[in-house]
Design a protein around this ligand. Structure first.
Ligand SMILES: N[C@@H](CCC(=O)N[C@@H](CS)C(=O)NCC(=O)O)C(=O)O
Length: 229
């Protein structure tokens, strides 16, 4: 019998979303348990050696690091999201890493301390998307017609840009039409939509507003009406 699966989560964590998307694609029941990362409970620190979400509890056994969790789920539950052919699979794993680098770039963008740094971090993300554009085929997914693990990684990446676009038109995807089309496909996918709670958008905006960053200042300068539109 398959042991019970518990995904130890944080409401805004994009790495948690990867695992939630993979679980949903595999149509596997799991329990989600959110922790407050500002006040980490002892039981959480006991199962998370780095003090980070996500952790997947497989029965009583904890697995940490989102990529490892996703690989474990792919090894044990159908349908496979990774390609069977080793070279192609290696290429997918490499682009999963690229997805993590884009997440770091996103964090640098929303934490940028002043407008000049915000512009530089924006330009770095645009460069990342130009690189991604050159790697994409005809879609609709990263590698054609099969939804893969790379898609699970980029669903949460692109979700941030819904919030950024409520603040301003930063033109992130202007020169990357394939990336833009892929983003739209991912935004409509049930597993991607269901990986966050219904109050996610408001919580993310609150989180961004409280960074004390150049982006926070931009949010504070906006009319509440603009943000709710
Ligand atoms: N490499 C990790 C990154 C996980 C991560 O950075 N999680 C963040 C939340 S999104 C976290 O738990 N931060 C709390 C901390 O670092 O104290 C993974 O892929 O699982």
């Amino acid at each position: 019998m398959t042991p019970a699966l518990t995904l130890v989560s944080h409401a805004l964590c994009p790495y948690v979303q990867r695992a939630a998307i993979v679980l949903a694609e595999k149509r596997v029941a799991f329990t989600r348990c959110d922790v407050d990362l500002a006040h980490k409970p002892d039981w959480f620190l006991a199962v998370s050696p780095l003090g980070k979400t996500p952790v997947l509890l497989v029965g009583d056994t904890p697995i940490f690091e989102s990529a490892v969790i996703c690989e474990y789920l792919d090894d044990t539950l159908a349908p496979r999201l990774h390609p069977a052919e080793p070279l192609r699979r290696a290429r997918h794993r490499a682009w999963m890493e690229f997805g993590s680098a884009v997440l770091n770039g996103i964090a640098a963008f929303y934490a940028a301390p002043d407008p000049a740094a915000l512009r530089s971090r924006r330009d770095e993300l645009v460069q990342r998307f130009a690189t991604l554009e050159a790697a994409l085929g005809d879609g609709p997914w990263f590698d054609g017609t099969c939804f893969s693990m790379v898609d699970a990684v980029f669903g949460p990446v692109f979700r941030y840009f819904d919030a950024f676009e409520r603040i301003d038109d930063f033109g992130f995807f202007d020169a990357a039409p394939k990336v833009g089309a892929w983003r739209a496909q991912l935004a409509a996918r049930a597993s991607v939509r269901g990986a966050v709670a219904t109050d996610y958008d408001e919580r993310l905006l609150q989180f961004l507003r409280r960074r004390g960053s150049a982006l926070s200042a931009r949010i504070a300068a906006l009319e509440p009406r603009t943000l709710s539109a």
